[in-house]
Design a protein around this ligand. Sequence first.
Ligand code: ZN
Length: 290
Amino acid sequence: MSEPKDSPRWFEQAPAPIQAEPRTAPARKDLWVRCPGCDQILFRPALLEQLAVCPHCRHHHRWDSRARLEMLCDEGSFERHDRFVAPLDPLGFADSKPYSSRLAATQRAQGELDAYIAGSATLNGLPVEIGTFDFRFMGGSMGSVVGELVTRQFERAAENKRPAIVISASGGARMQEGILSLMQMAKTCAALARLRDEARMPYISVLADPTTGGVAASFAMLGDVILAEPHALIGFAGARVIRETIRQELPEGFQTSEYLLEHGMVDLIVPRDELKDTLVRLCRHFTPRR
Ligand SMILES: [Zn+2]
């Protein structure tokens, strides 16, 4: 094949402008995750398919609240309540940035208004009121909205005579709401007392990693039965604060599910894949026959 005489040779042609191919999907930085239990590098989508439990060492990774509800509730049975209760900034609080902008950024990133999801559902056909914390939303901290949603959940359980289940994963009270967030401890516990004393329905508390601060110091530790996930961090204050306050070395495994089970603060450690059956068994056992 011969070129026409007047066309420039290929090395004399001006280079074509470089065009970037648009990406079809944004780059994912979080496709791989190092397991804190065994140091293996795990492929995140595969890990999530296995309930976020490491296939090598069975370490229970922190897990998304919606995936958790999907695993626990019978398919299509979850009816969400109080979805549009939104937090305010009554104190006009600001640390490194204003609480209101911190909230707005987290709400955009997580697609949720606050750190708790609650609803009615059935578990193996058993009607319950169930709720979970979302640790990714400001460390699952309990402000006025979380406290209100937990309270309403206990009230619904009392009214409908259903067991209540709360899965906690929280750093504690939300400091940005000051005393208003501390008040949620008393408010939730009062609603829980009514569930127990008046409606006589059981409340099962499930402690996931981590359950600390004002959540651990209120309803999370008041379950008729307290379950925990393996190796979850459970405690009130952080280990360093305690060590520096009492000026003593802390025992090995302090503030883990296993340590608390040994010392009578937790009733049972339940692997994630056995949680649903265990919850149903316990709820049925503790629900008074009518
Ligand atoms: Zn592992």
